[in-house]
Design a protein around this ligand. Structure first.
Ligand SMILES: [Cu+2]
Length: 243
């Protein structure tokens, strides 16, 4: 008799516990341990030869490069890794919102070139524009989804700006030195990376879900891949650009 009562009560209690678990506020989903995506971006074929930049118009810039600087539209590393590719979540985050980091993003003018050549940052994050050169630069982003600004920056003078909206990617130029070209990609979430010469990237702390991952390259455009990641899952993804 006792055993059969228990046999009735126990499944019932488990069922109630299950109901409480599934309808509890702050669903278990948001507490799921995050996933990560890593991989490589490769350039297939023979990379175009970068051309020399003639900086003779500004003696400071010319002197900064005993070996002439080269164009940076397509930068390929020794193992075929493609640099300056922005990898980011373009779809799948729904209505989630993210607080931008307190740390500013830094865009430096050094040797009359932008460092990094491609910067990725968050909307409303502070942008520190640094002029490390002993010459005057002019920094002029030409966005299509943000406010345009255009400022002269003498050596060592701080300059702080921000972008309000997502945009991949904003071309940046210098009206003093026409060879200076760079890009700033702006996101409303923290799930982005920029490849170095190894072509490798990692997107960390992704909430489990299904995403479109986009790879953007300034000359070769964009590529998309769909991916689903579960809790704690570490997946790899690769992109290949050819020209
Ligand atoms: Cu300049």
């Amino acid at each position: 008799m006792k055993n059969s009562t228990l046999a009735l009560i126990l499944p019932g209690a488990l069922f109630v516990a299950f109901l409480l678990y599934t309808i509890s506020p702050g669903s278990a989903r948001s507490a799921d341990p995050p996933a990560s995506l890593s991989g490589e971006v490769k350039f297939e074929g023979t990379p175009p030869k970068p051309s020399h930049i003639d900086m003779a118009a500004d003696p400071f810039c010319a002197k900064a490069h005993p070996t002439p600087a080269t164009t940076e539209e397509i930068v390929v590393g020794g193992n075929g890794g493609l640099a300056n590719v922005v990898i980011y979540v373009s779809e799948g985050l729904g209505t989630q919102t993210f607080q931008p980091p307190d740390q500013p993003a830094v865009f430096e003018q050094k040797g009359c070139q932008y460092r990094p050549h491609v910067l990725a940052m968050e909307a409303h994050q502070k942008l520190d524009v640094v002029n490390s050169d002993e010459t005057t630069h002019n920094i002029h982003p030409t966005p299509s989804n943000n406010r345009e600004w255009n400022m002269t920056q003498p050596h060592g003078v701080p300059l702080e700006q921000t972008f309000a909206r997502e945009e991949v990617a904003i071309p940046v130029k210098c009206n003093v030195h026409p060879w200076m070209k760079g890009y700033i990609a702006v996101f409303k979430h923290p799930f982005f990376a920029v490849t170095d010469k190894s072509g490798s990237f990692e997107l960390k702390d992704l909430p489990p879900g299904t995403y479109t991952i986009t790879a953007w390259q300034e000359k070769m455009g964009t590529q998309n891949q769909k991916v689903t990641v579960g809790a704690s899952e570490k997946k790899t993804l690769s992109f290949t650009f050819k020209q």
